[in-house]
Design a protein around this ligand. Structure first.
Ligand code: ADP
Length: 311
């Protein structure tokens, strides 16, 4: 099949899922961003247009360009060229995996366009190269679920091993994105380089229990496991009224939640759509009172990952 052009739809993701710092991630059905990849007569990668965000067109400064370039360099035919249009629906620095979504879409889309048949783990590795330029870290907890869909656990970084976990059927996510930009690179710097033993023990208990809750569809256990002792205590002070908001969301029925990725987006999980809506109302009311512009999303878990459609 000679594909000339492909439309790529790539999901937002909630990295960490509260307690799984750098190892857990969940793909969402909302928001989703779009990209068009086209074969070109000129070798290399060219980013033609970017809609919806101020991002560099220069290929080696944009995660999309970096990922496509890495794939092209890997191939024996050095005459291949790809042109890209990017439609950013996920705001950079939102904590919703904006760079991860672009990197995942670029890797899956290029593989599809060129018919290269890379394995999913190889596609994740290419996408990690994009994360490296976005925030100087090759974390895979956004790109893995964006590519594979559902919930991913990064068992090991070296060698890379990703485990797909079952998605609980009755889970709705509510996400509020206050319009305050938090740079992932800066947000990583506030983390302490060492973790005390008692913290490590508590965190391991929660990650293990959360994974078990996904398998057992045990929402009570899920609720108890959504506790983070590593990133949330140092990152949450930069999110206005984070603790109060979390408390109020739980009062209206949320199972629990936390900071999405490195923030400032905050997510809450609920077991029914109407509860997710009540959670959204409570979040909106708070940020309206504080006069903080925001976007709100209510989403189920995206179980398909990046989707490609060709003409
Ligand atoms: P998020 O917090 O939503 O995961 P990140 O902070 O990981 O977002 O990534 C945003 C950073 O990556 C910004 O510094 C942005 O300039 C850079 N970047 C480069 N290319 C892209 C792209 N195509 N999409 C999003 N961010 C990009």
């Amino acid at each position: 099949m000679n594909v000339k052009e492909v439309k790529v739809y790539s999901p937002a993701t909630i990295a960490n899922v509260t307690c799984g710092f750098d190892v857990l991630g969940m793909a969402l059905n909302e928001p989703v961003e779009k990209m068009v990849l086209r074969k070109s007569h000129y070798p290399g990668v060219k980013i033609c247009k970017i809609f919806g965000a101020e991002l560099p067109l220069q290929y080696d400064k944009n995660v999309v360009g970096v990922v496509i370039d890495k794939i092209l360099q890997h191939l024996p035919n050095n005459k291949l060229g790809i042109e890209v249009e990017i439609y950013k629906n996920i705001k950079p620095g939102s904590g919703l995996g904006s760079s991860g979504s672009s990197a995942a879409g670029a890797a899956v889309g290029t593989n599809f366009l060129l018919g290269t048949n890379f394995k999913p783990i190889e596609i994740i590795r290419f996408a990690q190269e994009g994360e490296k330029i976005a925030c100087d870290s090759m974390h895979a907890d956004n790109v893995a679920p964006a590519i594979l869909g559902g919930i991913s656990l990064v068992r090991s970084y070296c060698p890379l091993e990703v485990v797909s976990l079952p998605s609980p059927k009755k889970i709705w996510a509510t996400i509020i994105h206050p319009h305050l930009e938090i740079n992932t690179l800066e947000a990583r710097k506030v983390l302490k380089p060492e973790i005390k033993r008692d913290i490590a023990i508590k965190q391991c208990g929660n990650v293990g229990a959360l994974v078990s809750a996904f398998y057992r569809e045990d929402n009570c256990l899920l609720s108890r496991s959504l506790v983070d002792y590593i990133a949330e205590p140092v990152r949450s002070p930069s999110i206005p009224e984070f603790d109060e908001m979390k408390r109020e969301c739980k009062k209206v029925g949320a199972l629990g939640g936390g900071i999405s990725g490195s923030g400032p987006s905050v997510f809450m999980l609920s077991e029914a759509k109407d509860t997710a809506q009540k959670v959204a109302n409570s979040m909106i009311k708070r940020y309206n009172k504080l006069k903080i512009d925001h976007n709100i999303y209510i989403s189920t878990i995206n179980n398909t990952g990046v989707k490609c459609m060709f003409k």
